[in-house]
Design a protein around this ligand. Structure first.
Ligand SMILES: Cc1ncc(COP(=O)(O)O)c(C=O)c1O
Length: 445
């Protein structure tokens, strides 16, 4: 068969991909949960492995023809086991949320009590936030962070004593400090609860040796593979020696909860991509990469502080920071949009105790994994902070209306103005020139 290309077979999708490619090249990506994968990961993801069905696990499939898929999945498992130092790994979860659902499916009965970090304080939806099925099917007792932006362990202790959660989540989506696994373990162990560490955001930092590993403390670990780990969109569930000690049947329970409990056929192209990413993470340059992510974040945070911007918890220990823009006029939504016009991408985010709302929050979340992949270092962080602070100053004239009913109209109006804003469009031009010097892996123009 003659090789055809998307350009000729499907112009509509091709054009949108090309535009997205241009956006990725010409913009500064500061969303902390995003990254750029290597050409090898892309190659695995775009491979013919997507053609194959392989329900089941290595050596026990419900379809024929899985001899090569078995090799790939086993290699992926072996790499993860060795790198993280765990006993059992399931690499089949379609993404982070299904991985977390599988944990509930494996370990709890409907209605059982659980505790995770409150979403507005930085936790993830799947850790028991009220609109998630995890709070509909289970009794959720969220813990919070204190005014200083750090986990309120006194509150968690009280929750543990009063409600006896069977499962405690540690790990977060928007938390700027080291996750204190030992403190979580002490509380979970005191009531015999499972401690599940969701290290989706920080798994690359753990492998790079710049964040404590949860292996000694948690029974089970979940992680997405597409954030700091720099692999394809997917996830893994890992069982630690401590987990096996608590419950020797955990591997079977977790595997069954994924298949047939929750999913069907694994995404084999993703499994191959994860294996490739783990291979990359096992090499010395990855350690340097992880260290540079944190260095960059610290420099960026310091630059914001020097320029009078308030940061939740006063700084960062990891790859992300949260700008508290409540005193500037609850600018989260406005800043996200204005930065987009200037080709700088981040996401609006609630700050602990936010008085605005999750849709119009007071903060913005900024992270360094993607720009570090492009080779940006300390001097570039200073430049990026300069642009963002200039944009904040520029849009201070547009505080969020106190009256909630006026917010939608205000934002529509604000967006129209910003689309034509010469100051922002000039920054966009500068950003375009700036980013040319930092190629995106896997993308050629
Ligand atoms: C801590 C944490 N857990 C789970 C997830 C869910 O991952 P996914 O979006 O792949 O379902 C995320 C995603 O942001 C996350 O930050």
């Amino acid at each position: 068969m003659k090789k055809s290309s998307l350009k000729t077979t499907d112009k509509t999708i091709y054009t949108s991909i090309e535009l997205e490619k241009k956006r990725q090249i010409e913009g500064i990506e500061l969303i902390p949960s995003e990254n750029y994968v290597s050409p090898s990961v892309l190659e695995a993801m775009g491979s013919i492995l997507t053609n194959k069905y392989s329900e089941g696990f290595v050596g026990h499939r419900y379809y024929g023809g899985n001899m090569y898929i078995d090799k790939i999945e086993q290699e992926c498992i072996d790499r993860a086991k060795k790198l993280f130092g765990v006993v059992h790994v399931n690499v089949q979860p379609y993404s982070g949320s299904p991985a977390n659902f599988a944990i509930y499916n494996a370990l709890l009965k409907p209605g059982d009590p659980i505790s995770g970090m409150n979403l507005l304080d930085g936790g993830h939806l799947t850790h028991g936030w009220k609109v998630s099925v995890t709070a509909k099917f289970f009794k959720s007792y969220p813990y919070h962070v204190k005014h200083d932006g750090r986990v309120d362990f006194e509150e968690l202790k009280k929750i543990a004593q009063e409600f006896k959660p069977k499962l405690i989540w540690c790990g977060a989506t928007a938390y700027t400090r080291e996750i204190e696994f030992a403190k979580f373990a002490e509380i979970a162990d005191s009531i015999g609860a499972y401690l599940i560490a969701d290290i989706s955001h920080i798994s690359g930092l753990v492998l790079g040796g710049v964040h404590t590993s949860p292996v000694k403390y948690a029974h089970v670990i979940t992680t997405t593979t597409h954030k700091t780990l720099r692999g394809p969109r997917g996830a893994m569930i890992m069982i630690t020696p401590k987990g096996i000690e608590k419950d020797p049947e955990l591997p079977q329970k977790i595997d069954k909860a994924i298949f047939p409990g929750l999913q069907g056929g694994p995404h084999n192209h993703t499994t191959a991509g994860i294996a490739v990413a783990l291979g990359e993470a096992s090499k010395p340059p990855f350690k340097k990469y992880a260290a540079q992510i944190v260095k960059n974040a610290k420099v960026l945070a310091n630059e914001f502080t020097k320029r009078g911007i308030t940061l939740v918890s006063g700084g960062t220990d990891n790859h992300l920071m949260l700008l508290d823009l409540s005193k500037e006029g609850n600018l989260g939504s406005q800043l996200e949009y204005a930065m987009d016009v200037a080709h700088i991408t981040a996401n609006k985010n609630t700050i602990p105790g936010d008085t605005a709302s999750p849709f119009y929050p007071s903060g913005i979340r900024i992270g360094t994994p993607a720009i570090t992949t492009r080779g940006m270092k300390e001097p570039q962080m200073k430049q990026i902070a300069t642009w963002i602070v200039a944009i904040i100053d520029h849009i201070k004239a547009y505080p969020l209306p106190e009256d909630k009913t006026k917010r939608a109209e205000f934002m529509a109006d604000f967006k129209k103005k910003m689309d034509k804003d010469v100051f922002l469009l000039n920054i966009a031009k500068e950003v375009k020139q700036f980013t040319v010097k930092f190629p995106v892996p896997g993308i050629s123009k």
